[in-house]
Design a protein around this ligand. Sequence first.
Ligand SMILES: [Zn+2]
Length: 413
Amino acid sequence: MEFQVEARAGEARGGRLHTPHGEIETPVFMPVGTAGTVKAVSQDILEELGVQILLGNTYHLYLRPGVEIVRQVGGLHGFMAWPRAILTDSGGFQVFSLNELRKVTEEGVTFRSHLDGSSHFFSPESAMAAQIGLGADIVMAFDECTEYPADRSRTQASMDLTLRWAARSKKYFEEHKHEVPWAGNARVGTATLGCPVERSSNALDSGASSEGERSGLRPDGQPRAALPTSSEQTQSLFGIVQGGMDLALRKESAERTIEIGFPGYAIGGLSVGEPRERTREVVEATLEHLPADKPRYLMGVGTPEEIAEYASLGVDMMDCVLPTRAARHGLLFTSQGKISIKQARYAQDAGPLDPNCACRVCQRYSRAYLRHLYASNEVLAQVLNTIHNLSFYLDTMRRVRHSIRLGEESRFL
Ligand SMILES: [Zn+2]
């Protein structure tokens, strides 16, 4: 994976990230597609909105439908018919946030499924195996997300564990990365769909496979191990900096993660309940210690104002469930501030949701109609609200990228 910084404005960077499934202009906002779907929005609309990369959650996909099914149907790209880039998290964050009964040892984490209570085990190795099977372009090292608050010795111990797990993640990844469902067949564009390598004759059928067949990319019957070729592109494994809210530990975590060596670095362990000012302080202090020529990914933030602000500090990639989750609760981000569409004041409002938004929802529907859909609990309310909120986030990032390329400080609106 290549990353080029092409423009700077203050600390902000405008760059280009080349993945096996297309090029990404940074800074980029990545919508969250938890279980192989960005809730309420179909993939063709996500493409139309200009989503360059989306996020899948390993924990959820591992539990349902299971990694093996996804792998057989072409990896996550083929399974969800998404031709552009994907990033999966390691499962660590969900294990820590959804499982109060988890048990952490040096080896890994035992946890119970939030679906049926069954017992499961994630280690750095098994989390890597799952992410290789899912086949995202960017995968994440297995880490322990330190809880908040935590004292220094607990934070230090947790950070040390994450570092040992990072080294194990990398070792397993390097030994197995050729097993990705699209190994040897990655191309930029839609030709990457499908899983030509591992599909047996009785494998599940999908439109994605016929796409792969039409493009003549299917090397029938070859065993997976025989496939890596000179044209092979592989996934990229990012390391994750932890260290809680302790700035000295953040520095140490960054330095030791860089020593292990990754093509990109994430800042994890934030948005776990700490005050917002603290988040910013830790992000700023951590960014200082990350290499300038590698992509920097801030996990799990934030509001539209915050994503613009973090881009201005030098963050290249961000993801957050906020635009999609808020939309399903009728909370809409607009150029005039946040709107709760359920309010009675919009019942007779014939105006668009956001007069400054060019999205298909704002171009077509009134606030009165959107309010009616929400109040009536219509499925379409979730669809339209999510499309607008995602548009608003993606437009915010587009403006930020534009400002950076003009050499201006990126700012919100
Ligand atoms: Zn809109």
